[in-house]
Write a protein that binds this ligand. Structure first.
Ligand code: HEC
Ligand code: HEC
Length: 233
């Protein structure tokens, strides 16, 4: 794979720096929460009313404004998707473990239904009794929920742009539109697990509320993707 990506070493620092910059400036919650048409309407009303003649010039956001905000929000979303808590399951053949993303021990494989094979079915270990201090085994949701992400939802090795294009592609993302993607990020137990991973595992560093807010901004801005094909680590 590395030989197909000659620019890898030169693109990572730029990408990392931009992600770091995006993360160090967390979304302003009030603005994000007020998102949607209501905030547009509010801006339009403020712009029309001569209440603050000497104040800053306010104007309704254009499609281009919303799109560029969406691309910034995407940088924050991508940083979450590329976190080991998510990426370890969105893999081709075997799940990975831990922050160092080592191959799963004991070795387990995808199997025909994404749940492993034989005695090594995911749910045998990752079940309702998991995710406690003594078992050291993560788990989430109802029995049988824990499984490898389907082949069409592989994120492993994708650039930020490729990941963005994948996520909004209904032929690959489980036929989800923007609203369904937001819903998944907000309520899916396997996603929520990333913020409560049990044991000594690190949770996803961005607050879950901010992540959902970033998803809403991305969807509102037409799920715009970055132009450049940055390569994530
Ligand atoms: C235990 C394995 C596992 C973990 C951990 C996991 N996922 Fe998934 N993910 C899945 C499976 C299985 C599906 C398919 C489920 C479906 O389509 O309903 C999926 C589907 C998705 C989808 C649907 C669209 C797509 O294109 O992939 C999104 C979005 C998603 N996961 C986000 C996340 C995020 C964000 C995290 C980390 C916070 C995460 N997942 C962690 C297994 C996992
Ligand atoms: C024999 C028991 C067992 C089976 C079967 C099993 N796992 Fe695991 N799994 C574990 C244990 C234990 C850990 C925790 C290891 C650690 O963190 O050191 C783990 C960790 C993981 C993690 C790492 C989470 C993280 O981010 O650190 C993922 C992902 C995972 N398993 C997915 C799967 C999938 C998918 C299957 C089925 C294909 C599966 N496991 C089958 C025992 C099992």
């Amino acid at each position: 794979m590395a030989e197909n990506r000659p620019s890898r070493s030169t693109t990572i620092p730029g990408f990392r720096a931009r992600l770091a910059a995006a993360i160090s400036k967390p979304l302003s919650k009030p603005i994000a929460r007020a998102g949607g048409l209501s905030s547009l309407a509010a801006v339009a009303i403020l712009a029309a009313a001569p209440l603050f003649p000497a104040g800053p010039v306010l104007r309704a956001e254009t499609t281009a404004d919303l799109e560029s905000k969406a691309v910034v929000a995407w940088g924050q979303i991508a940083a979450v998707l590329e976190h080991p808590r998510c990426l370890n399951c969105h893999q081709a053949t075997v799940p990975l473990q831990g922050d160092s993303r080592r191959v799963h021990v004991p070795l387990v494989v995808r199997g025909p239904d994404n749940h492993g094979v034989g005695a090594m079915r995911c749910g045998n270990c990752h079940n309702a009794m998991s995710n406690n201090e003594t078992s050291g085994t993560p788990g989430a949701g109802h029995a049988g929920l824990w499984q490898l992400a389907p082949i069409s939802m592989l994120w492993q090795g994708l650039s930020s742009r490729e990941l963005c294009e994948m996520l909004k592609d209904k032929t690959r993302n489980g036929n989800r539109d923007g609203a369904a993607l937001i819903e998944h990020m907000e309520h899916e137990p396997l996603v929520q697990w990333g913020w409560h991973p049990g044991g000594t595992r690190q949770p996803v560093p961005m607050a879950h509320d901010d992540f959902v807010a970033a998803m809403k901004i991305w969807v509102q801005g037409g799920m715009a993707c970055p132009k450049q094909g940055d390569i994530p680590g």
